[in-house]
Design a protein around this ligand. Structure first.
Ligand code: NI
Length: 229
């Protein structure tokens, strides 16, 4: 089974526990007003970075140095973390997949920026499409606007889509509903909202709207809650 914990409503994500492995995507704990835990409380085997922005790279370097977790991201970000002293990393790029011990991970398109915290070039932002060993397909959109090729991602048969709804920096609720229609996932978790007033959203109301129009279940998770697939 795969468990998805939301540690914050922001970058989610979550800690993902799948087949005995623990993954963290975009470990933004320090300075995150929505995070209930500290970076030294997590022990991931892998850290996945969708893009280079500070509120997504977050505590990646300190966690990876302490735990020896492998960092997975695009080739530019992986080169940057290596230069910061991270020993284990794996670079991929958009459209490319790789078979890890925890499953097959493909980098997907995302419409956003990706500059790193020190201004270094962070390549293209990405989302992640993870096929777990028990054949569940999990799509983490990352920070992105709506794009029509979500239809292609949806064609793979998505069990869970984790989508931003905060607006301003990413899709807002209206476009996120359109994204659900393109992706046709069985389950949806909204993220990247309520971290700051600028991206405040009513996720419960959004869930009602989505479930009215699309045959899927929306899970509005509070920090620390989890969903088991
Ligand atoms: Ni961003």
């Amino acid at each position: 089974t795969t468990e998805i914990y939301t540690l914050s409503l922001h970058d989610a994500l979550p800690i993902l526990k799948t087949d005995g492995y623990q993954l963290i995507i975009d470990p933004y704990f320090s300075g995150n007003p929505a995070s209930p835990i500290k970076p030294d409380e997590v022990n991931p085997d892998y850290i996945l970075l969708t893009h280079g922005h500070g509120d997504h790279v977050g505590d990646c370097l300190s966690i990876a140095k302490r735990t020896n977790a492998e960092v997975i991201s695009n080739a530019e970000i992986v080169k940057w973390v290596s230069m910061q002293g991270i020993k284990k990393s794996h670079g991929q790029h958009l459209g490319g997949g790789f078979q890890y011990p925890f499953g097959y991970l493909k980098l997907t398109l995302a419409l956003h920026g990706s500059a790193l915290p020190d201004g270094s070039y962070g390549g293209n932002p990405a989302g992640f499409l993870l096929t777990t060993k028990d054949k569940k397909k999990l799509y983490f959109a990352g920070d992105t606007g709506l794009f029509g090729d979500m239809t292609l991602i949806g064609e793979e048969g998505i069990d869970l889509a984790v989508l931003p709804i905060g607006d301003n920096y990413t899709m807002g609720p209206i476009d996120a509903l359109r994204a659900v229609k393109l992706l046709q996932p069985k389950h949806v978790i909204p993220i990247h909202y309520n971290t700051w007033p600028l991206i405040a959203q009513d996720a419960a109301a959004w869930a009602v709207d989505v479930e009215k129009e699309v045959n899927c279940q929306v899970h509005v998770l509070k920090p620390g809650e989890s969903l088991t697939l």
